[in-house]
Design a protein around this ligand. Structure first.
Ligand code: NAP
Ligand code: MG
Length: 402
């Protein structure tokens, strides 16, 4: 078989630990034999980030702006323990945070649905994608413990020195207080990323806040979404046959539980934090979850939702067998290849991405899987494979399909 040609390179961001091991296995077994793979390679492994004073992370984000599509391996976010382990010059920031800030993007997470790994919620037939706003609110709040009786006010001082004051509370005893903020520009980017992504995958978009109670803060989110939708996306949504739907957050939660899935649920920062854990655990496993960062300009960065699977890596280093699930990392590649195929009108590349995803799903549905899935599957007597053999089994299924 002749290898599929690529015209534009993908930005390839390599990473750390067990996922770095899986990364090269995936390339060797599932990509290089079939695709004349073109990538611009950036090594975001912690050692190389340290050597380059983290310049490589910024370079990889800039390359994503240049080419439009990137695929990223999971990376270590350094903490005190990693400082010693890797002899770091500095506690480098989370690469995901750096890239997200540079691309001004929103992260969309969706479960990979497989027969035999059923969601706890019986009626969820299709994936529910969570889009979490990643700026502000409680994550950038100022907080204070109020020791006793006294007045708390919000004070805005304009550049000209004029003030606006708002009473928070006249305390008669001890208590707590919190000041949150967000930026119109960030909310606008969030809205555009959500509308862009909904059009891309042709799914309805839901958005919910508590605007009836939070008449200024949450209402601003609601208004910005509606204004941008009406001005820039309404027609495209109609043409695509999809809808934008706004409701209250509590109504949204009730509807989500009763729904059959198949839509994108845009969430404010805290709601997204909480709801994405609920949705992903109800669907089965972080290893069966795709994740893509979409910028309002339409740059895409695909990755797995899980981390570097450190515990498995230490087993691997000790020469023990591992059974690490590579599906989410494979889907990061297929997501990026499909998007590249779409942008370059490369039908063969597009079709290959679909086939490779089907091969993963079929392999599991035929009863061959890694240990994490074997523990939760309803398939009887599954065959538990090690990390490498699972990838080889997918290759066999794929070759059968091609
Ligand atoms: P993790 O890598 O997500 O793994 C936590 C546990 O979840 C694993 O020990 C394993 O459970 C299970 N698991 C996760 N992915 C799996 C897979 N593909 N196959 C099978 N089991 C899987 O989280 P962590 O170990 O807490 O974090 C390790 C490093 O990842 C940290 O340095 C963190 O900074 C980084 N991280 C990176 C990203 C990212 O780059 N996007 C995201 C999160 C964390 P068992 O041990 O029970 O088998
Ligand atoms: Mg969380």
């Amino acid at each position: 078989m002749e290898k599929i040609k690529m015209t534009t390179p993908l930005v390839e961001m390599d990473g750390d630990e067990m996922t770095r091991i899986l990364w090269s296995m995936i390339k060797d077994e599932l990509l290089l034999p079939f695709v004349d793979l073109k990538t611009e390679y950036y090594d975001l492994g912690l050692e190389h980030r340290n050597e380059t004073d983290d310049q490589v992370t910024a370079d990889s984000a800039n390359a994503t702006k240049k080419y439009g599509v990137a695929v990223k391996c999971a990376t270590i976010t350094p903490n005190a323990a990693r400082m010693d382990e890797y002899h770091l010059k500095e506690m480098w920031k989370s690469p995901n945070g750096t890239i997200r800030a540079m691309l001004d993007g929103t992260v969309f997470r969706a479960p990979i649905i497989v027969k035999g790994i059923e969601p706890c919620v019986k009626n969820w037939q299709k994936p529910i994608t969570i889009a979490r706003h990643a700026y502000g609110d409680v994550y950038k709040a100022a907080e204070m413990k109020i020791p006793g009786a006294g007045r708390v006010e919000l004070v805005y001082t304009a550049a000209d020195g004029s003030e606006i004051r708002e009473l928070v509370h006249d305390f008669t005893g001890a208590g707590v207080v919190q000041g949150q903020h967000n930026l119109e520009q960030s909310i606008e980017s969030f809205a555009r990323s959500c509308f862009t992504y909904a059009l891309d995958v042709k799914q309805d978009l839901w958005f919910a806040t508590k605007d009836t109670i939070s008449k200024k803060y949450d209402h601003t989110f609601k208004d910005i979404f509606q204004e941008i939708f009406d001005a820039e996306y309404k027609e495209a949504f109609e043409n695509a046959g999809i809808t934008y739907f706004y409701t209250l957050i509590d109504d949204a939660v009730a509807r989500v539980m009763k729904s059959e899935g198949g839509y994108i649920w845009a969430c404010k920062n805290y709601d997204g934090d909480v709801m994405s854990d609920m949705v992903s655990s109800a669907f089965g496993s972080l290893a069966m979850m795709t994740s893509v960062l979409v910028s309002p300009q339409g740059y895409y960065e695909y990755e797995a939702a899980h981390g570097t699977v450190q515990r498995h890596y230490y087993k691997h280093l000790a020469g023990e067998e591992t059974s690490t699930n590579s599906v989410a990392t494979i889907f990061a590649w297929t997501g990026a290849l499909r998007k590249r195929g779409e942008l370059d009108q490369n039908q063969a590349l597009f079709a290959f991405a679909d086939k490779l995803e089907q091969a993963c799903i079929q392999t599991i549905e035929n009863g061959s899987m890694t240990k994490d899935l074997a523990l939760i599957t309803s398939i009887e007597n599954p065959t538990v494979l090690n990390s490498q053999d699972f990838i080889r089994a997918i290759r066999k299924t794929l070759e059968g399909m091609l």
